[in-house]
Design a protein around this ligand. Structure first.
Ligand SMILES: [Zn+2]
Length: 125
C-alpha cells in the first residue's frame, strides 16, 4: 500500500497514472520529430512504443480492478455509514479511509462497540 486509500481506489489511481505516463510519452515522442527532425524519429519511435505499452498496462490494471471489484464485499461503513466495497479481509473505507476488517482476530473494536461509543459521545454533548 503506497497511499492511504482503499485498494480499489488505489488500483484506479495506478491505472490513471499509467495512462497519463503513456500519453505523455507519446506526445513527447511526437514532439521529438518536430524538434530534432530526422534523428528525432528514433526517439519518437521509442517513445511511442513505451507509451503504447504503458497504455496497455493501464488497461490491464483497469480490467484487473474491475475483476477485483466484482469479488469485493459491499458493506456499510460503521464510521461514516456509506456503502463501501472492501477487498480481502482488511481494507480501508473508500470515503473516510477508516481501516475495516472482517477478521475478528484483527479487529480492535467491533461495530457494536463503535455504535455504543458514538451514542455515548452524543449523550455527552
Ligand atoms: Zn467510512
Amino acid at each position: 500500500m503506497f497511499f492511504k486509500s482503499s485498494k480499489i481506489n488505489e488500483f484506479r489511481l495506478w491505472g490513471l497514472l499509467l495512462t497519463m505516463f503513456g500519453m505523455g510519452l507519446m506526445v513527447l515522442g511526437t514532439a521529438g520529430i518536430v524538434f530534432w527532425g530526422q534523428s528525432g524519429k528514433i526517439i519518437a519511435g521509442i517513445g511511442l512504443a513505451i507509451g503504447l505499452i504503458a497504455m496497455l498496462a493501464s488497461l490491464a490494471v483497469y480490467f484487473w480492478a474491475g475483476m477485483l471489484s466484482t469479488s469485493a464485499v459491499q458493506l456499510e461503513c460503521p464510521e461514516c455509514h456509506k456503502l463501501t466495497k472492501m477487498l480481502g479481509k482488511t481494507d480501508r473505507c473508500m470515503f473516510c479511509k477508516t481501516i475495516l476488517t472482517r477478521d475478528p482476530e484483527q479487529a480492535t473494536i467491533t461495530a457494536e462497540e463503535l455504535e455504543q461509543q458514538a451514542a455515548a459521545s452524543t449523550m455527552n454533548e
